[in-house]
Design a protein around this ligand. Structure first.
Ligand SMILES: *Cc1c(COP(=O)(O)O)cnc(C)c1O
Length: 221
């Protein structure tokens, strides 16, 4: 088995330098994060609030922590002081809470709206029209302590690469339209994981979230 540093180096050689690689370290110990950190990695993704809070406390302070999981409103307060980017925003209620905690912490919290593109019942996210409705609303425009940087999505869990690619492309297309309609630069496109990041890059992703290919398989999710 190759080391974390070797895995990182291999992946980095495959992706253009202007693509942000988020190393998904959920369930992995601090030692694994540090190994990646020592190899130069600074963006890390976590799915669980308590785990993220612990790692933030214990690990180097120049790590940019991405929250990529499903975030419950009542837990926003724990990560609001330090989180770099919240990927999975899937309701206006959650956005309001992030804004409230941003205000309390005297900062603007960067977020991505999570879009539902998979042809499966299990994935979280907003439909394109739900996302549009949020961006259109006056109550959204009043939120000054959040900034929507773009969109996050997960493709269907399938071997059909054409389907995966077309799902990803629909996000890029939506982001283009939304940027022009709402006069906001929705420039961050977070899609692609271990199984599909190459397809994601072909379909315009500029932020990939890769876990098991860097850190090895997880025993649980
Ligand atoms: C776990 C997870 C990843 C990374 O998945 P791998 O298959 O291990 O690369 C990416 N994005 C989200 C939202 C995840 O929950």
């Amino acid at each position: 088995m190759s080391s974390i540093a070797e895995n990182l180096q291999r992946i980095k050689s495959e992706i253009p330098t202007d693509i942000t690689l988020v190393a998904v370290s959920k369930t992995k110990p601090n030692a694994a994060v540090l190994e990646a950190y020592d190899a130069g990695q600074r963006d890390f993704g976590e799915n669980y609030v308590q785990e993220l809070v612990d790692k933030h406390e214990q690990l180097p302070k120049d790590i940019r922590w991405h929250f990529i999981g499903h975030l419950q409103s009542n837990k926003v307060k724990y990560i609001a002081p330090f989180v770099h980017l919240i990927h999975g925003v899937d309701s206006f209620k959650l956005l309001q809470e992030i804004n409230k905690q941003g205000l309390k912490n005297n900062r603007v919290i960067d977020c991505l709206l999570q879009l539902y593109i998979a042809k499966e019942e299990t994935k979280f996210g907003l439909l394109f029209e739900e996302s549009e409705a949020i961006l259109n609303s006056e109550s959204f425009k009043a939120l000054k302590n959040i900034s929507i940087k773009g969109f996050m999505a997960m493709a269907s869990n399938t071997d059909n690469s054409e389907q995966i690619k077309s799902e990803f492309l629909s996000v890029r297309e939506f982001a283009r339209e939304a940027s022009s309609v709402f006069h906001l630069p929705f420039s961050t496109l977070s899609y692609g994981m271990s199984s599909d990041y190459k397809l994601a890059l072909e379909a315009g992703s500029n932020m990939v979230r890769i876990g098991s290919t860097i850190f090895g398989e997880r025993n649980y999710n």
